[in-house]
Design a binder for this molecule. Structure first.
Ligand SMILES: Nc1nc2c(ncn2[C@@H]2O[C@H](COP(=O)(O)OP(=O)(O)OP(=O)(O)O)[C@@H](O)[C@H]2O)c(=O)[nH]1
Length: 708
């Protein structure tokens, strides 16, 4: 037997020593398989499951079963397992970093605690009804001292205990955590068992699932327990040790349903079938049929019964599977606590090696994200001078951002937010405004059935006693006023739209920069709002003047006016011919108006020729007016926005914050609870991650060396 153990030790160290750095899991799985092969050449499926085993091997396995449950994996896996345990102790899972964990689940009284005590060689509270009421982390450590060393860790304290009192100590600790009675809690209880011959294993025992609350249990016991179980078995890093009683139909087990929900293919589920002694009939068929899809295979066991000692229980178990008419037919590679221990130790090594590099990466990533966030957080201000400096910085940054967004067209701070690409949006609005003004002109020029009638009517009404060949200026002005009036609302609408947009941009920039000082938010928002209201009013006043000016006066030095009028007037003679033509329809094409039927002007009283002249003057001039309305508007807005960004905003906000009414600087000294909470949380998390980083830093060197 000694040489066998020696051979196995050699084999194990080969496994550990030959795994290269890259792709640790894949390789360690292969080696694990090789390991099994070198032991007994069984046929093994890709997920570690032994399918066939030779007769000769059966004997070897049987011999191994009689060896103490200690693997030479221990020496090498122990530091890795310690690392994981220390990370668990640091509560790294609170940071959303999952640890590789063997999670023991099972229906109520399926025998979970019995399996664990068999593995640990100690007595745990056992019984009918709910015994495990809190997640129990069981850390088994092989140690050389023949005297076992047991302790419980919970609620921040360590309580030493011994084998005799462990069951009571666990019950007491459970009561302290979850209260007296049958209630459950998700606060952890850790049991450390250092004992000669135990496998180096860490497992989590969870409360058993029950659908029907027993006397004294809360009504929603099923939901409470399911929640805890799901929390532990959902992460991909968890191996599910599903404890099933041989006396039940596996497919009806709640624990199977749950594990199937998170591990459909069963690739991270191992089944332990307890109470083989109670229900031996058909057990072989059940585990062979594998109706419930257990990827990592089955191990059938017989736990301690009544007052048996651990040694007696193991001997009974070995005897049972050796001589029982039905149970002895079950392959020896899948029976007994020693096989289970061996299997778990290996699976544990594989998942740890697989997960560790990822854990290290996640710790580093999270640490740098948190450090960055902490650095970005506002300083806690302690004096008015500090508050003033911070405030001026905020103002400076906001001004710079607005200058980029609204004046220079640089969007590095808002690459993906189109609404904040200010210069482009303003240009878009101006183009639309210009198009809207032009479209009015097109509509008007398009209505040809009344061509010249307006002009003729106005000329008649503005006639006075005088020489016939003088065009009355009033006629032109009357027409101009009518036209300006028709479009006069458009510039007001445009101004309204532009300032609303600018207000949104200004407020979101100010809010972004004063984000860390919620005390500043309301007063900067108010200042921005007041300032924009003022600017809007100024623009309205300016637009009113501009519209009135265009209505009441007329002037341009733009040569386009004369050029365009001359061009239009060159068609006057032809036009008059068309008007006096007796043919019907009499049609003439004029630039900008298209084909005009002039039948309605034939024989018309009033001066058609004069009306044509007035209309063409107006047409030439109106183009100038519209362009002027767009150009002037653009200049006005650019100038106003420039003033707002470069001068007025700063003054307005300073007045609002520290003016006669303002007490903003004093308020900046009072840190908001949400900010201080956030800072404390970040500091706590950074401390935890730094400690975790130290914990894994040493081990990663060893992983690499060991697995080189
Ligand atoms: N005959 C026999 N009885 C067993 C075996 N395993 C467990 N039992 C008994 O089944 C009962 C329940 O076992 P526990 O280990 O307390 O079950 P549990 O799943 O931890 O229970 P809860 O935590 O309450 O859900 C106890 O009385 C055990 O002695 C076994 O292999 N054979």
């Amino acid at each position: 037997m000694g040489s066998l153990i020696h051979a196995k030790e050699q084999m194990s160290s080969t496994v550990i020593n030959t795994v290269p750095k890259m792709n640790l899991l894949k390789i360690s799985e292969e080696h694990y398989q090789n390991d099994e092969k070198s032991l007994s050449s069984p046929v093994i499926d890709p997920i570690l499951r032994i399918v066939k085993i030779s007769e000769e091997d059966k004997q070897t396995v049987a011999l191994v079963h009689n060896a103490p449950i200690v693997s030479s994996y221990n020496d090498r896996i122990r530091p890795l397992l310690d690392t994981i345990d220390r990370l668990r102790h640091l509560k790294i899972m609170q940071e959303g970093i999952q640890l590789p964990t063997i999670v023991v689940v099972g229906d109520q009284s399926s025998g979970k605690s019995s399996v664990l005590e068999s593995l640990a060689g100690i007595s745990l509270p056992r019984g009918q009804g709910i015994c495990t009421r809190v997640p129990l982390i069981m850390r088994l450590q092989n140690h050389e001292n023949p005297i076992p060393d047991l302790s419980l860790e919970f609620n921040g304290k360590i309580v030493p205990t011994d084998e005799e009192n462990i069951a009571d100590a666990i019950s007491l600790a459970t009561e302290e955590i979850a209260g007296i009675g049958k209630g459950i809690s998700n606060s952890l209880l850790t049991l450390v068992v250092k004992k000669k011959g135990v496998p180096d294993l860490t497992m989590v025992d969870l409360p058993g699932i029950t659908r029907v609350p027993v006397h004294g249990q809360p009504e929603d016991i099923y939901e409470q327990i399911s929640k805890i179980i799901m929390e532990f078995i959902t992460p991909e890093e968890s191996i599910i040790l599903n404890v099933l009683s041989a006396s039940v139909d596996f497919s009806t087990c709640e624990s199977i349903r749950m594990s199937q929900r998170v591990d459909k293919t069963g690739q991270r589920t191992l089944a332990v079938v307890t109470k083989a002694d109670k229900s031996p009939e058909g057990l072989l068929e059940k585990v062979t049929a594998d109706d419930v899809n257990i990827g990592l295979g089955y191990v059938c066991v017989r736990n301690r019964i009544g007052d048996e000692s651990y040694e007696e229980a193991r001997a009974e178990e070995a005897r049972l599977f050796e001589i029982h008419p039905q149970l002895s037919k079950i392959n020896k590679s899948i029976v007994g606590i020693p096989v289970l221990a061996e299997r778990l130790v290996k699976i544990q090594a594989i998942i740890i090696v697989k997960c560790l590099p990822d854990i290290v990466r996640k710790i580093n990533d999270k640490l740098s994200v948190n450090l960055e966030e902490l650095n970005k957080m506002p300083k806690h201000l302690t004096s008015i001078a500090e508050a003033m400096t911070t405030f001026m910085h905020i103002l400076g940054f906001a001004k710079e951002s607005l200058r980029k967004i609204l004046l220079q067209g640089e969007f590095d701070e808002y690459q993906d937010v189109q609404a904040m690409h200010g210069t482009a949006r303003l240009a878009e609005m101006l183009n639309k405004y210009s198009e809207e003004l032009q479209s009015e002109k097109l509509v008007e020029n398009g209505s040809k059935e009344n061509f010249l009638l307006d002009e003729i009517k106005i000329l008649e009404e503005t006639k006075s006693i005088g020489l016939p060949n003088f065009l009355p200026k009033t006629a032109f002005h009357t027409l101009l006023q009518k036209k300006v009036k028709a479009i006069s609302l458009k510039p007001f609408d445009f101004v309204e739209k532009v300032w609303s947009y600018v207000e949104n941009v200004v407020i979101s920039v100010l809010l972004k920069h004063s984000d860390n000082y919620p005390q500043l938010l309301s007063c900067t928002r108010r200042a921005a709002h007041n300032l924009i209201a003022k600017k809007k009013q100024q623009s309205f006043d300016w637009v009113t003047d501009m519209v009135e000016m265009e209505k009441l006066t007329d002037y341009t030095c733009n040569p386009d006016y004369m050029a365009s009028w001359n061009k239009l007037m060159s068609r006057q003679e032809e036009f008059m011919k068309a008007v006096s033509s007796t043919y019907s329809p009499s049609i003439i094409n004029i630039d900008g108006f298209g084909d005009i039927n002039v039948d309605h002007l034939y024989n018309l009283k009033g001066d058609v020729q004069e009306a044509f002249d007035v209309k063409m003057r107006m047409t030439a001039y109106w183009d100038i007016v519209l362009r002027r309305m767009v150009d002037n508007m653009a200049l006005h807005l650019l100038f106003s926005i420039q003033n707002l960004v470069n001068k007025e905003m700063q003054t307005e906000i300073i007045n609002e914050l520290i003016g006669p009414q303002g007490n903003g600087l004093e308020r900046m000294l009072e840190e908001s609870p949400s900010i201080s909470d956030k800072r404390n949380k970040l500091k706590k998390s950074i401390k935890l991650l730094k400690e975790s980083k130290d914990v894994v830093a040493n081990i990663m060197d060893r992983v690499v060396t060991n697995f080189d």
